[in-house]
Design a protein around this ligand. Structure first.
Ligand code: SF4
Length: 196
């Protein structure tokens, strides 16, 4: 079980396998390993102290940023994520990114974006589709149709607290037309658009 892993020169933290979605394109459907990780399937969620101990075994200073991602939705463990982000900034001075499905507010039943202020430097949010119905068909969210609008609101909210916000779609997972609609939405939202 790998908690930290190197992927294309980035240092990633795999905090949990829990996720409210079951995306059809999720890499978990195809492989357990990614980058330097042998297996990203966790027997259990690692504690904050266990992640700190892992960080001490890595040359964190060799990396430009630290990314919370992994085989699950990192904001499922928002309190631990924020504690670790503060620790990494204090101990190593590295910028922190979260790759997220943007459903933290539904997970925690409150507005969570303010928690990120001054702690998280970049957030990449998976937009995935151009409308709620398409999103539900592709990502099978536990929260149902309301997930899409919650994700869009999260993008708007995060922009107020985090300097670098991007949204992404998965190449090949959606139609060209939907991809272009997502690109236009990203433009309206004033955030960077990525095709993964
Ligand atoms: S949100 Fe991410 S971790 Fe969750 S199912 Fe989709 S791709 Fe996988």
């Amino acid at each position: 079980m790998s908690v930290l892993y190197d992927y294309f020169g980035g240092l990633y933290i795999n905090l949990t396998n829990r996720c409210p979605n079951q995306c059809e394109f999720c890499i978990r459907n195809y492989t357990d390993s990614l980058g330097s990780a042998d297996s990203l399937v966790l027997d259990r969620d690692p504690s904050v102290e266990e992640v700190k101990a892992e960080l001490r075994r890595w040359d964190v200073n060799a990396y430009d940023e630290v990314i919370f991602c992994g085989y699950g939705e990192p904001t499922e463990r928002l309190p631990e994520l924020l504690e670790l982000a503060r620790h990494i900034k204090a101990a190593y001075g590295k910028p922190i990114r979260i790759n997220t499905n943007g459903l933290a507010d539904l997970i925690w039943e409150r507005e969570t974006a303010p928690d990120l202020e001054g702690v998280i430097d970049a957030v990449s949010i998976s937009m995935n589709e151009a409308d709620a119905e398409g999103y539900e068909r592709l990502c099978h969210p536990r929260f149902g149709l309301k997930s899409y609008d919650a994700m869009l609101k999260y993008i708007e909210d995060v922009k107020k607290y985090v300097p670098d916000v991007a949204v992404s779609v998965v190449s090949g997972a959606i139609s060209r037309e939907a991809l272009e609609k997502c690109r236009a939405k990203a433009g309206e939202l004033g955030v960077y658009f990525k095709v993964r």
